[in-house]
Design a protein around this ligand. Structure first.
Ligand code: ZN
Length: 190
């Protein structure tokens, strides 16, 4: 089942997600729906809070990208980066920030520890695009957008685009979740 995707600056994306403690059918169903939603939207990673669930769960699948056919999809529950090395720059985008693409500097290689869907603890080494996407998704789980990794100057320059995204004045071919009601600043005419 496709789920609507939450966008900037919905509160669920700014809060650190809760650790997953129950590895039950509900979690399996959520992960299946996240995989379906990610593929439908042509994404290569999706965090649970991007579909409105404040849970430390994320899915990554880079197998459709050039040269990565053999890289299997990964489901990471309660992931933490325990080591990193090197540095690389790559142009990132985000299903929660449609239209925005910017070069982001991150470590090139990581070691990540997480639970799989059966609660087994896994330690995995990743580099290149896989490491990149995992870091982007773990940022989401910690309430961080990729643009917050840019210089202050760059962040100021992307503000107009962010305000368009906030108003949903963007072209997307997937469903966006409605924004919460905001108190009106202007006077209401009666
Ligand atoms: Zn994202």
């Amino acid at each position: 089942m496709y789920l609507p995707i939450y966008t900037y600056d919905h509160p669920v994306l700014k809060q650190r997600t809760h650790q997953v403690t129950r590895f039950d059918g509900e979690l399996v169903a959520l992960v299946m729906n996240m995989l379906e939603t990610m593929r439908h939207a042509h994404g290569i990673g999706l965090a649970a809070n991007q579909v409105g669930k404040s849970m430390a769960a994320t899915v990554v699948d880079i197998s459709e990208t050039d040269g990565n056919k053999k890289v299997k999809p990964v489901v990471l529950i309660n992931p933490t980066i325990i080591d990193d090395d090197g540095e690389s720059t790559y142009e990132e985008g985000c299903l929660s920030l449609p239209g925005l693409r910017e070069d982001v500097v991150r470590p090139e290689r990581i070691q990540v520890r997480f639970n799989d869907i059966n609660m087994r603890e896994i330690t995995m080494d990743a580099d290149g695009l896989l490491a990149r996407v995992i870091q982007h998704e773990i940022d989401h789980l910690n309430g961080i957008y990729f643009f917050e990794r840019l210089s202050k100057l760059k962040q100021a320059l992307v503000k107009p685009e962010l305000s368009k995204i906030r108003r949903h004045a963007v072209d997307v071919d997937y469903e966006l979740a409605p924004m919460p009601e905001r108190p009106r600043k202007s006077l209401v005419r009666r």
